[in-house]
Each structure stands twice: as C-alpha cells, then as structure tokens.
Design a protein around this ligand. Structure first.
Ligand SMILES: [Mg+2]
Length: 142
C-alpha cells in the first residue's frame, strides 16, 4: 500500500518521469504532468496529499497561477515549489499564498524528500483534525 500521494508538475518531462519513478520505488503514489492546466484537470478528478510544482513553465499558466487555482480546488493539498535561483522571490510570494515550502533547482533528492515528508505530515495532521471534528459532531449527544 502506498504511503501518500504526490502530483509532480514540471514542463521538463524527463525530470518528471525520473522523479515519479523514484517516488514510486519508495512506495509513494506518484503521478506526473507537464503543465499547470493538466495538473488542475487531474486535481478536479482525484485528491493528492502533496503537489511538487515547478514555478517556471512555458505556455499559458505559470507556477504561481497554477498554485492559486490549486488552492481553490484542493485547499488541503500541500504544495512544494521548485525554483531556480532567479525566481526565489516568486517562490516566497508563493509561500504567502499558501505554498508549504520551496526547493532550489537543480533538485537534490536529499533536500526534496525531507520536505515532502514534512509537507505530508502537515497535510495528515490537518486531515486528522478534520476527521476528529467530524466524528465528534457525528457522535454528539445531548
Ligand atoms: Mg520549468
């Protein structure tokens, strides 16, 4: 059984494929797409615990715009941004609108993986709180 679910969003398709495979080997339910539009389409169909999102993507939707929309579709999914040195400020902006953290490119797995674990822990704690509130509400007796 997979430990948690991750959506990888990056226009560099080789990178996406490699990362998804690495995550799958570590028992993570990982799916990859190459644009913000595709990510949002998928997030409309199924839930993810954590999203790994590239800030710089060519075409219609950049990472920040995608992040804004993701937070509308799945507010509880935690988002880790991937950023180049030139766009660190954009990532800080991203954290102000709800991203969990960012990791600098080129990505080192020893930096990314601990942040993924932290992002999942935060998501899981939030889920548990909501579940517990629902249980209390459901078993309310007076
Ligand atoms: Mg890119």
């Amino acid at each position: 059984m997979e430990l948690f679910s991750v959506l990888v969003v990056d226009d560099e398709e080789d990178f996406v494929e490699t990362l998804v495979n690495r995550l799958k080997k570590r028992t993570i339910d990982a799916v990859g797409v190459s644009s913000g539009e595709r990510a949002l389409e998928l997030m409309g169909k199924r839930e993810f615990d954590v999203v790994i999102l590239d800030i710089k993507m060519p075409g219609g939707m950049d990472g920040i715009e995608a992040l804004r929309e993701m937070k509308k579709v799945q507010p509880l999914a935690e988002v880790v941004l991937l950023t180049g040195h030139a766009s660190v400020e954009t990532s800080i902006e991203g954290m102000k609108i709800g991203a969990f953290d960012y990791v600098l490119k080129p990505i080192k797995l020893e930096e990314l993986f601990p942040k993924l674990a932290q992002a999942f822990e935060k998501k899981d704690a939030h889920d548990q709180k909501i579940r517990s509130a629902k249980i209390k509400e459901s078993l309310r007796y007076w």
